[in-house]
Design a protein around this ligand. Structure first.
Ligand SMILES: CC(C)(COP(=O)(O)OP(=O)(O)OC[C@H]1O[C@@H](n2cnc3c(N)ncnc32)[C@H](O)[C@@H]1OP(=O)(O)O)[C@@H](O)C(=O)NCCC(=O)NCCS
Length: 181
């Protein structure tokens, strides 16, 4: 049965935390360790899903009510960077991988980004050699623009991170400057 994609809310924080602590165990993905994130306060997880200023929005893939995948969009409120959002925390449980959940999650995030009219660019990083994730992002229109050597130190040694971006379609209403900064 295909998964259902839905925006996560504060009520999903416990299952989101459990899923992400599992995700951080993947050695070739993510910058955080499970130990670091396990020590994070409850407010960190709630902030990912229900940020008080709306600067973080997360989506979940549900299989029969169980959260099996997720992705988060992080926005900036700084005048010079608010046109960019970051895609982070992409994860699908191994049993559900290869069935389209990752593609559907990424599509939901990409579709949501322009609801903030000033967002024009999506950025993300992916560990070099993570072929499944690279293929997923490339299919969604992300392009690599550089590789940072020795970006993370994993149990397998130093790994590079590929930086990718995707330009969103123009909105018509060009960048509105509402802040004097
Ligand atoms: C990356 C990830 C989110 C993809 O999720 P998913 O639900 O399996 O994604 P989908 O099923 O939508 O698509 C997977 C695609 O990758 C392809 N793929 C799978 N393994 C692959 C590999 N080793 N090399 C190349 N392509 C691969 C599949 O064939 C599929 O492509 P297709 O639709 O053309 O057949 C998932 O593998 C995952 O959670 N990995 C561990 C965490 C991680 O790496 N996160 C990304 C951090 S940047």
């Amino acid at each position: 049965m295909p998964v259902t994609i839905a925006r996560l809310t504060e009520a999903d924080a416990p299952s989101y935390r459990a899923l992400m602590l599992e995700a951080y165990e993947v050695p070739d993905a993510f910058t955080s360790t499970p130990q670091e994130r396990a020590a994070a306060p409850a407010s960190f997880w709630v902030g990912r899903l229900a940020h008080p200023q709306g600067l973080s929005v997360a989506f979940g893939a549900f299989d029969g009510g169980a959260l099996v995948g997720t992705v988060t969009l992080e926005f900036s409120d700084r005048a010079k960077t608010r046109h960019k959002a970051h895609v982070v925390g992409m994860y699908v449980r191994p049993e559900q991988q290869g069935q389209g959940a990752g593609t559907a999650l990424l599509a939901a995030a990409v579709a949501h980004a322009p609801t903030l009219a000033h967002v024009q660019v999506l950025n993300l990083t992916v560990t070099e050699g993570n072929a499944a994730a690279l293929a997923l992002y490339e299919r969604a229109g992300f392009q690599a623009f550089g590789t940072e050597p020795m970006a993370v130190h994993t149990t397998d040694g130093y790994k590079a991170k590929v930086h990718m971006w995707k330009r969103l379609p123009a909105h018509g209403n060009k960048e509105q400057q509402t802040s004097p900064n």
